[in-house]
Design a protein around this ligand. Sequence first.
Ligand SMILES: [Cu+2]
Length: 170
Amino acid sequence: MNRKETIMAVTVLVFALGLIGAIFLSSLDKPQEKKENTENAQHDETNSDGHHNSDNAQSIGEIVDLTNESEVSVDIKDFKYTKPNIKIKKGTKVTWTNQDAIQHNVMLDHGDNSNAPHNAPKPNEVKPDVFAGPLLSKGESYSFTFNGVSTDPYHCSPHPYMKGSVTVVE
Ligand SMILES: [Cu+2]
């Protein structure tokens, strides 16, 4: 073999090894793919089986029925409302208490800029008939009494991705 032939032979050999390697790897991949597919299928079954989730229920999330309670408390902890979606009877007082070191509030959603951080009402701007609370430091609370039948989606002014809702029924 001259030098050229040797290089050619080595090239062919390397190519062949690469091909065998690729086939070997793809055969290894196949069982994994099958496993994933099975898992997906199982997920699909679970979804189609049980929960009759309407679009509305999915977007709001699970609603905790508190229509038997005359007063309701919701903690704010780890940038979340601990009971984000509640159902209450008309006339129920709901109290939010902040457990985080950082300030949070609760405020009815309001069309424009509802996804941008914005100012919370100052304590002297808070009105008893408007669902918009001031910034709460750790341990502070804000209460609002829901006197109308409605569904009130709310959020935190500095962190609008913190979301909750109050559904008020007769
Ligand atoms: Cu917040």
